[in-house]
Ligand binder design. Structure first.
Ligand SMILES: [Zn+2]
Ligand SMILES: [Zn+2]
Length: 211
């Protein structure tokens, strides 16, 4: 049974990791709930240096695992259950505290070891991703794997921004449905009646759920 205090602690750990490790921001100790912070320090998850709170190695490992669960849950809700953004965010915030690690690896493998959450943030890799455990039909797969005539719903784009791949102007973003028109010599998809040619490198960075 997980108690409320643990959830508060895990939420703060998760936010600390995102702010300090991912966004490279500084977090001042007096911006956090003092009681929770004291507990986290006592448990060896973080420490105060000057005015800043920094994660210890132990804290960073735990926090990263929570971020991973949060983003995997978002994927599951977005790709499989088709939940709207406000719903998958709220549910992910709750579920992340309850998923045991055996189940986490099954979810990740089933989804096809996704690299990004629906917001485009990287999902920290798990043991299953490194070992590249295979599922028979991963739910999410690269667009390049689709055959002519197949339809897919965009799950995520494995780049820091769609503009990095120069595809923003075509409206290729999470949730968009596309049909593969041609795979050779170039990869052509149709989105809402518009045909778009995509180079093979880009098509391997767009991940979809086959319909
Ligand atoms: Zn997200
Ligand atoms: Zn995995």
């Amino acid at each position: 049974m997980i108690i409320m205090e643990t959830i508060r602690e895990e939420d703060i750990l998760r936010d600390l990791w995102i702010k300090t490790r991912e966004n490279l921001e500084k977090v001042e100790h007096d911006s956090l709930d003092k009681n929770v912070l004291d507990t986290l320090i006592k448990k060896g998850y973080c420490e105060i240096r000057g005015r800043e709170v920094v994660l210890t190695k132990k804290g960073a490992i735990k926090a990263q695992a929570i971020v991973r669960l949060h983003r995997l849950t978002e994927r599951l809700l977005f790709d499989v259950l088709r939940a709207e953004e406000e719903i998958y965010e709220t549910i992910a915030c709750r579920v992340e505290h309850y998923i045991p690690s055996e189940l986490e690896e099954s979810i990740c493998t089933l989804l096809g070891h996704p690299r990004r959450c629906p917001h485009g943030r990287p999902i920290p890799r798990g043991r299953c991703c490194i070992e590249k455990r295979k599922s028979v039909n991963p739910i999410i797969q690269p667009l390049i794997g689709l055959k002519k005539g197949e339809v897919g719903r965009v799950s995520y784009i494995d780049a820091n921004s769609a503009s990095e791949l120069q595809i923003t102007s075509h409206g290729i973003e999470p949730g968009v449905v596309l049909t593969v028109i041609e795979t050779k010599p170039s990869f052509v998809v149709e989105i809402k009646g518009t045909k778009i040619a995509i180079d093979r490198d880009t098509a391997s960075k767009i991940f979809v759920v086959k319909k």
